[in-house]
Design a protein around this ligand. Structure first.
Ligand SMILES: Cc1cc2nc3c(=O)[nH]c(=O)nc-3n(C[C@H](O)[C@H](O)[C@H](O)COP(=O)(O)OP(=O)(O)OC[C@H]3O[C@@H](n4cnc5c(N)ncnc54)[C@H](O)[C@@H]3O)c2cc1C
Length: 401
């Protein structure tokens, strides 16, 4: 555990991960923050030359291509290492978009590595090299919480192409991407067999695809994607026909632990900022830091952050030990995002008016973190996953079993 000053409590990280954490922390302070200071408040990217420079430094430090298999030029590291990197690299105004500063990401969603050699060559490798960018389109207007039943975009095989019809909603950074992985229904199932879905690699200049921006609370817009007889070559099926959903699940579950870690990193930075502020802000009869009302906000935030971090590190350890991580990932996603929202909210309260001023990162983090309780599955769906698992595996205990 760290208190933001580098001190550890509770969970003892191995020495090499402490070193890694300190390296990322230095990189953020010395390289990323000065660039970010010159960007508009709601920026989500920096100038291409700055991006290239940051990427080169990050490459040198071994912080890129972390989920890419070695044979494709990747630098795969343990889930715990990815968690530490996500936590530290989110401690900046761009928060969740760093890795998206372009410094860290391989760019291709992990599932592309399940593709054919030709798909990996054409779509995966250029992402690793920072030359291409991809989106992932699962959610539809019919509802994203239950994609297995709610994906109604259809794909029909006609000759040597698949024809896609339907709409996708809320797709992050879809416009301007070089390709997307789009999930569509290829069979309705029936007689107890669930609907089946297939993943397709879709390029923006395929015929029959349109993008419409949706402005939301956060800085980076998602898009509606309209597929109107969009023709996708048969060789662009990713994985097996009918098995798209399993592919999507693996990818989503893999990402949830670092996702939660990033939220914790942002919230830790917010809490540390608030501590600095209350120690120097006078009120009649003492500093803000002397007030019990303020101390309780700090105490609650510190306790909740330590608990959230412990959950995240523990889940990452389990993944590294080869244990199934789905429920742990849901626990991390739920508790990490909700804790971070509460902590940043309290930090804003401690700063008062300054807390909502655009010259501070807090109001931006507040908006960004609000989305985190919805994206990658809303909190309620993760609660459902956790509760079902608990009910399935618990017999009533010592007195009711
Ligand atoms: C900014 C942003 C970016 C996104 N980026 C992407 C992306 O890149 N790719 C992608 O595919 N999707 C993306 N999404 C979609 C996101 O995953 C969905 O918004 C999310 O899964 C919820 O789906 P929904 O919005 O359709 O809400 P619905 O499924 O309609 O649910 C609405 C609300 O109902 C409640 N609810 C739902 N089911 C249950 C239940 N079983 N029990 C109790 N309560 C329930 C929850 O509170 C939920 O928030 C993004 C969303 C946002 C807001």
């Amino acid at each position: 555990m760290t208190d933001g000053q580098g001190n550890h409590y509770g969970f003892q990280l191995p020495d090499e991960l402490i070193l890694l954490r300190d390296q990322v922390r230095r990189f953020m302070r010395e390289e990323v923050k000065p660039i970010e200071d010159g960007l508009p408040h709601d920026a989500t990217v920096c100038a291409p030359e700055d991006r290239a420079r940051l990427r080169a430094i990050a490459e040198e430090m071994g912080l890129t291509r972390l989920t890419v298999p070695e044979e494709y030029g990747g630098n795969p590291v343990s889930a715990l290492a990815r968690t530490i990197i996500a936590e530290e690299s989110a401690k900046c105004r761009l928060g969740g978009y760093n890795p998206a500063l372009g410094a860290f990401g391989g760019g291709a969603p992990n599932i592309i590595w399940r593709g054919t050699p030709a798909q990996i060559e054409k779509y995966g490798i250029p992402c690793v090299q920072g030359r291409k960018r991809a989106f992932v389109a699962i959610t539809e207007p019919t509802g994203g919480s239950d994609p297995r039943n709610n994906i109604t975009t259809r794909a029909e095989k006609r000759g040597d192409v698949w024809v896609l019809n339907g709409r996708k909603m809320w797709i992050t950074a879809a416009k301007g991407a070089d390709y997307g992985i789009v999930f569509a229904r290829t069979s309705d199932g029936g007689d107890g067999v669930p609907p089946q879905h297939t993943a397709f690699i879709v390029e923006p200049d395929f015929p029959g695809i349109e993008f419409h921006e949706i402005e939301v609370i956060r800085a980076l817009s998602p898009y509606e994607i309209v597929l109107d007889n969009c023709e996708v070559p048969a060789e662009n099926v990713l994985g097996e026909v009918g098995h798209g959903f399993g592919v999507a699940q693996t990818w989503l579950v893999d990402g949830r632990i670092p996702y939660a870690a990033g939220c914790i990193g942002i919230a830790q930075e917010a809490l540390d900022m608030a501590c600095g502020w209350v120690k120097q802000r006078p009120t009649r009869g003492g500093m803000l830091a002397d007030r019990q009302a303020i101390q309780w906000m700090i105490a609650d935030s510190e306790v909740e952050l330590r608990a959230a971090r412990m959950l995240v590190y523990d889940a990452a350890n389990k993944v590294d030990a080869g244990q199934p991580g789905k429920v742990d990932a849901s626990i991390c996603k739920l508790y990490g995002t909700e804790t971070a929202g509460r902590v940043v909210d309290r930090a804003i309260q401690m700063f008062g008016g300054m807390g909502v001023a655009k010259e501070m990162p807090l109001e931006r983090w507040y908006r960004e973190l609000r989305v985190k309780r919805i994206g990658e599955g809303p909190s309620e769906v993760h609660r459902m996953v956790i509760a079902r698992d608990k009910l399935r595996n618990t017999d009533g205990g010592m007195y009711f079993g």
